[in-house]
Write a protein that binds this ligand. Sequence first.
Ligand code: ASP
Length: 309
Amino acid sequence: MGKSFSLMIHGGAGAFEQVRSDEDAVRYHDSIRTILDEGRKILARAGSALAAVETCAKLLEDDPLFNAGVGSVLNEDGKVEMDAAIMDGTNLEAGAVAGVYDLANPIQLARLVMARKEHVMLTGEGAMRFADECDLARSPPGRLITEGRLQQLQRARGVDRLALDHDAVDAPDDEAGTVGAAAWDVNGNLAAATSTGGVVGKRRGRVGDTPIIGAGVFADNETCAASATGYGEDIMRAVLCKSIADFVQLRGLTAAPAVRAGIDYFERRVNGRGGVIVVDRHGNCASGFTTGKMIHGWIERGGPSKSRF
Ligand code: ASP
């Protein structure tokens, strides 16, 4: 059997109530499949899992359909504050940024933090200073904000979502759209990346699970690569991605049963609302979620591109 590769990407968990027609659904599926194809090109020519997840996360950030990069949700001040992280399963190196703004691609900054090997996470002003040092172009003010996100914040304010935070909301439709990728390359290396604008109307300075290694992202060649989405407060408390990696390692499970065990734990222990994509060290792909839907797509061992809500 020739050397193969696998790739999974997601565009967030939630109710996706805004997807009311087949036409809306097609837009999501098209975007997911187009981006999977870009990842496939990298992996098929023996590119690294790390390159594939960075590229896929960047392309997802560039699509205003998703809550990352342009199209990020807005905080209580009507501003964009984004979090992102990337992890290399070959050596457990990781890079993360939190509370960054005016950047089209926070995942690139996370990758630069990782490459510098000095720190794992930078936040806010310090992260932005590092972005300037690395000559990452700043987006002009307001460029990341879409009309849809402005209306969404108004709606959230109308129902006092700030006070409710998460609890009174059945399904995190408005929070849907975080992006992530997990890949297994022809050399058997794993990597994962996650990027988000966070949750709508969040407090200024709030950091979710996305940049927390082990919570919103994790990759280890000994187990699996994983990216999570949903309520960051739930995901952090369950350390969801690392919990699933532990099920792989300690119980000797493949991706699908490990995801089932992880989602069961997530639901049982924190009443968790969210989902996860996982590629294990043999290239098996699996996903699980407790929300109504999670838009995601995958290529398992070089097979056809598939996408699903
Ligand atoms: N997990 C993200 C956060 O809490 C949001 C999401 O996945 O939609 O910041």
